[in-house]
Design a protein around this ligand. Structure first.
Ligand code: SAH
Ligand code: ZN
Ligand code: ZN
Ligand code: ZN
Ligand code: ZN
Length: 455
């Protein structure tokens, strides 16, 4: 975009309150990441100010500065400039070209197989010159080509695109679980490491019959997979960058030929936008449903949505048929979530699924046990509460029941009589959502209470 858009971006609503996504709407303008999403600033649940379009994939203006007011009149010249800009912001090679390059690359002797670390690209000998002052890796083995998630460096954009790769243990657990459940096809949405594990086992073991299709916005993966194995996809607006052909690849994959059952596994960035994700996942589910004439008897496409436990209520808002499993998903490159050598760091990341919870068998050797009342596997620390009649812990620690709140709460909480609920020991009562400590009304703190200003 030209300077006009930059200026508009500067006028973007700022300050407290939060942003709500009004969704992917028909006729939305596009940026290089596909159709933009319509947003509005909200304050206490109410819309405030002008609605605007912004990039669906990048929350950092540095990565994509697309911005347009909903009611803004965009001139023909600016529209043309925008189209030109979108065209020029394609990756250097197409997926097709990358597939051909790969074919040439694997025919090279080991000594000629280089990977440019700066450009994150496999290099053919004719291109060495151009990258001569870049860092590169030599002697790229077939094993390395089969583990692109190890070769590529994880994207680190803090705001939305950080890539957190499954620890081997968690990845193997997921794969064994879905195999035990009888699934033969995995739609891997933002799970390159699971995809890679499936691909490499399928190429090595004859009796391994699971297949995977990776949908991800990280186009670097197109260097390693064919168009039948990878689609460049944006999960915030359900956009297939490869157009109708890519969409068709996905549709074909979802069609359960020879009774090969499909499951979708997704591990989206945690930066929020749950409503945008849910809207895309519903479209993928609809795609699955349409592949079957009988419409799958009102069934939903089986799904694992991997996400932090504190998003539970948000996810259930959109998918009431889902439940949260206690299994803690671990990551390699996430310092907070990864298992320590001594004692275990608790990961907040869980599996949400529409499969029957009792079918999701969690490993007893890692401390999970089956609760016969709840009919699901739970963390060892998760005690069944007789009063709630459920295993209530969300974070794996033992929670305690509060008779006043009539529910179980975190072990570190206590019941505050001012706030009339359980909360952290250290808190200021006036901040409570219940309302002002003095008059009980919401919307102001004790220090600003109008009933005190009379004095
Ligand atoms: N744990 C997973 C990786 C999760 S990180 C694994 O090990 O396989 C989040 C993934 O989502 C990354 O692969 C990232 O490239 C992808 N992603 C981020 N934003 C996306 C978007 N808008 N559309 C599709 N994929 C996206
Ligand atoms: Zn380079
Ligand atoms: Zn229980
Ligand atoms: Zn309880
Ligand atoms: Zn309480």
């Amino acid at each position: 975009e030209g300077g006009g858009a930059m200026a508009a971006a500067g006028a973007e609503p700022a300050g407290p309150g939060s942003l709500a996504v009004l969704g992917p709407v028909p006729g939305a303008p596009s940026c290089p990441h596909g159709p933009a999403l319509l947003f509005v600033k909200t304050s206490q649940g109410k819309e405030e100010g002008r609605r605007f379009y912004a990039c669906s994939a990048c929350r950092d203006r540095k990565d994509c500065n697309f911005f347009q007011w909903e009611d803004e009149k965009v001139s023909e010249t600016r529209l043309a400039a925008r189209e030109e800009y979108n065209r020029n912001h394609h990756p250097p090679f197409t997926h097709r070209q990358n597939v051909d390059r790969y074919k040439n690359f694997v025919m090279l002797p080991l000594s000629k197989r280089r990977f440019c670390q700066e450009c994150q690209q496999l290099l053919l000998p004719a291109e060495w010159e151009k990258h001569s002052d870049h860092q590169f890796l030599c002697d790229i083995t077939t094993a390395q080509l089969k583990s692109p998630s190890q070769l590529l460096h994880p994207l680190e954009n803090k705001k939305t695109n950080a890539q957190y790769l499954f620890a081997d243990r968690s990845c193997r657990f997921l794969l064994n679980l879905l195999r035990d459940l009888g699934f033969r096809r995995v739609l891997s949405v933002g799970t390159p490491r699971l995809h890679e594990m499936i691909q490499s086992r399928a190429s090595q073991e004859e009796e391994f019959s699971v297949r995977s299709l990776l949908l991800d916005i990280d186009f670097r993966y197109s260097q390693f997979y064919t168009e039948d194995e990878f689609c460049h996809y944006n999960m915030f607006n359900h956009h297939f960058f490869g157009g109708e052909a890519a969409r068709e690849t996905c549709r074909k994959f979802l069609y359960e030929e020879n009774g090969e059952r499909v499951i979708m596994v997704t591990d989206p960035p945690f930066g929020g936008l749950v409503e945008a994700l849910a809207s895309s996942f519903k479209k993928l589910m609809a795609m699955w449903k349409e592949t079957e004439k009988e419409g799958h008897d009102n069934k939903e496409m089986p799904m694992f949505w991997i996400f932090p436990y504190f998003f539970e209520s948000r996810i259930l808002d959109f998918f009431p048929s889902f439940s949260m499993m206690d299994y803690q998903v671990d990551y390699d490159n996430h310092t907070l979530y990864k298992h320590g050598k001594t004692g275990r760091r608790q990961s907040p990341v869980r599996i949400f699924t529409n499969l029957t919870p009792s079918m999701i068998v969690l490993p007893e050797e890692e401390g999970y046990r089956f609760c016969t009342v709840c009919e699901r596997y739970v963390s060892s620390g998760n005690q069944h509460c007789e009063i709630c009649n459920s295993c209530t812990s969300k974070d794996g620690r033992r929670w305690k029941h509060c008779v006043l709140c009539k529910k179980c709460v975190k072990p570190s909480w206590f019941h505050c009589n001012n706030c009339n609920c359980c909360t952290l020991q250290k808190h200021s009562c006036e901040k409570s959502a219940v309302g002002c400590f003095v008059c009980g009304k919401a919307g102001h703190k004790r220090s600003a209470c109008p009933s005190l200003s009379r004095t």
